[in-house]
Structures are given as structure tokens and as C-alpha cells.
Design a protein around this ligand. Structure first.
Ligand code: GRF
Length: 195
């Protein structure tokens, strides 16, 4: 299956997907990468020779206009699956409606706990002893779509936001690759999950 991957930051999840997709037996290919800024992670797309597009919200007069352009840039690749991997923007409802349920996100917490942009910091601040990562279908809400897979990660009392997030990311990227593989092979049925 063909993937479009959306990023905003370092792209370690994207890199894990690019590495997996470069082996012939892996049943998915990244056909394009999209970003909302000049993300460091775009270097991974360059390294793997994958085309990328940039749709910066600051270049548009409204969220709706930005969303329309982002949707056009995504759909021109006719992807079978869109993967938000550290994409730090909320997609407008009409963009979600057009792409879901073949639109998944990875989130560094055990949803429904700690939704939003500061999940790792929130878990630490809450004094939680366990958190983790979640792959879910994106729906119209923020981190509220049907959960596909989750994996727990223990919090160490000495953890900082950075050390905890890095440990979550090691689990997260492996889970994301495995989830994409299972969607590609039909072991996971997104239409059923989102029905
Ligand atoms: C990931 O933990 C993702 O879940 C969160 O931000 C992080 C992005 O990391 N939204 P990267 O850009 O994939 O390295």
C-alpha cells in the first residue's frame, strides 16, 4: 500500500517507516512526506529520495484554506493510508472527513489519558507511573478517534520530559511500523474499527 506521512518535527517515526519500507518484503511504500514547516524530519525524506511537500499555515489566510491546500497535496498521491507521525496540527473537519478512516495518528500517551500537544509533560506532571503510546484513527476530535493499538511505558522517578519521551518513542515507532504492516496485510481493518 502507498503511504503519505505527515510530520512537524524530528521525524523519528517517519524514519522508522522509511527504513521498514525500504525492505522489499514490507507491504507498504512511502510515496510522499508532508510537513507544516521546514521540519528537521524532511532530511529523512531527502535521504530516501522521497518527494515532500510543505504546507505552512502561516502562508494562508484561514485554516480552511490551509486545509484545502494540504488535502490537495495529499490526495494528488492517491495514498491508501495517511499517517500523521508527529504532525502537530489539528486537521480541519472536512479534511478528516475526506481521508478517515485511512488516516491514523501516533500519540505519546495511553489515550484517552493525556490527549493534546503536551502528553508526555502532562503524564509526568500528573505523577503517573505508567504512560505509553497509542496509534488511533483520526476523527473530528483531538486524539479521540478509535484506538488501533497501544503500548505501555513505565515512568522512572528520575525521568525528565525528554528522557521519558525518548523512551516512549522507541516503543512508538516499532508499534507504528507494525500497525502499518498489519493494515497493509488486512490484519487490521480500519473500516471495521471506525464503523
Ligand atoms: C512523537 O512522539 C509523536 O507521537 C508526538 O510527537 C513526537 C514526534 O516525534 N506527537 P518525531 O517527529 O516522529 O521524532
Amino acid at each position: 500500500i502507498s503511504l503519505v506521512v505527515l510530520i512537524s518535527g524530528s521525524g523519528s517515526n517517519l524514519r522508522a517507516l522509511l527504513e521498514a519500507c525500504s525492505s522489499p518484503e514490507f507491504p507498504a511504500r512511502v510515496v510522499a512526506v508532508g510537513a507544516d514547516n521546514e521540519a528537521d524530519g524532511l532530511a529523512h525524506a531527502e535521504e530516501y529520495g522521497i518527494p515532500y511537500f510543505l504546507v505552512d499555515p502561516r502562508a494562508f489566510h484561514s485554516r480552511e484554506e490551509w486545509g484545502r491546500e494540504l488535502l490537495a497535496q495529499i490526495t494528488q498521491w492517491t495514498p491508501d493510508l495517511v499517517v500523521s507521525a508527529g504532525f502537530m496540527r489539528i486537521l480541519p473537519a472536512d479534511v478528516v472527513a475526506r481521508l478517515t478512516p485511512r488516516l491514523i495518528n501516533t500519540h505519546p500517551a495511553l489515550l484517552p489519558r493525556y490527549p493534546g500537544a503536551h502528553a508526555v509533560r502532562d503524564a509526568l506532571a500528573d505523577g503517573a507511573t505508567v504512560t505509553g503510546a497509542t496509534v488511533h484513527i483520526i476523527d473530528e476530535g483531538v486524539d479521540t478517534g478509535p484506538i488501533i493499538r497501544q503500548h505501555a511505558v513505565d515512568i522512572d522517578p528520575a525521568d525528565t520530559e525528554h528522557t521519558l519521551h525518548e523512551r516512549i518513542k522507541t516503543v512508538e515507532r516499532d508499534m507504528l511500523v507494525a500497525t502499518v504492516r498489519d493494515i497493509a496485510t488486512g490484519q487490521i481493518n480500519l473500516e471495521e474499527l471506525s464503523a
